[in-house]
Design a protein. Sequence first.
Length: 225
Amino acid sequence: MSKISKKTKPSKPKAATQINGQDIMGNEWAYSDEVREHFFKPQNFVTEAPKDYNGLGMVGSPACGDMMKVWLKIDSKTEKITKFFWQTFGCASAIAATSMLSVMVTEKGGKTIAEALKITPTDIIKRLSGLPSRKIHCSVLGDKALEAAINDYFQRTNQKERIKASGSRVIDKELNITDKDIEQAVKDGAKTLEEVQQKTKVGLGDPNCLPEAEELVRFYVEKYY
Ligand code: FES
């Protein structure tokens, strides 16, 4: 990969914890070196479907309509994910986040299914040294496709009882945001409706759902804090 010239080198965000609420408007270049590295040189990206896989997941982003496809190779004895290939029509942030996720899942011999399911969008963003707040939903795409691919593996290997239901109740019908998305946002540190909106965009599609969304935020904040 070509080196970044000093002239165009972005100022690196200071700490991952400060990034979620950070307003990047006005900055010439808002992406960290890690994001640029993974965007210009995506890891495990494929242009054609791989032949050897046993889990396939495909999801669309409720916030922007972009798509993500993930193929996994899972060792049935150890349950380690040894291969993670992906394709997307998403933006630079989705490319960088999924590239990083594929590295996190397969590094050091591969994570087990249980370990991989514990990775959150916040973990990915930390490894990327941050994403602009309006791009956080892009990091959720790969994460959801990974979960869908693991569910597909359970389906193919007759372990239907292990399939994890994703999203039990739709709250924002326009953007297809569920109570599970709100719960995850709270678990990831959002404690107010505004903070949950930064992570999920709930209410931007259907403002009528805001009272219900706010109630759920209160409920999950009480549950987890
Ligand atoms: S994935 Fe659609 S804007 Fe990033």
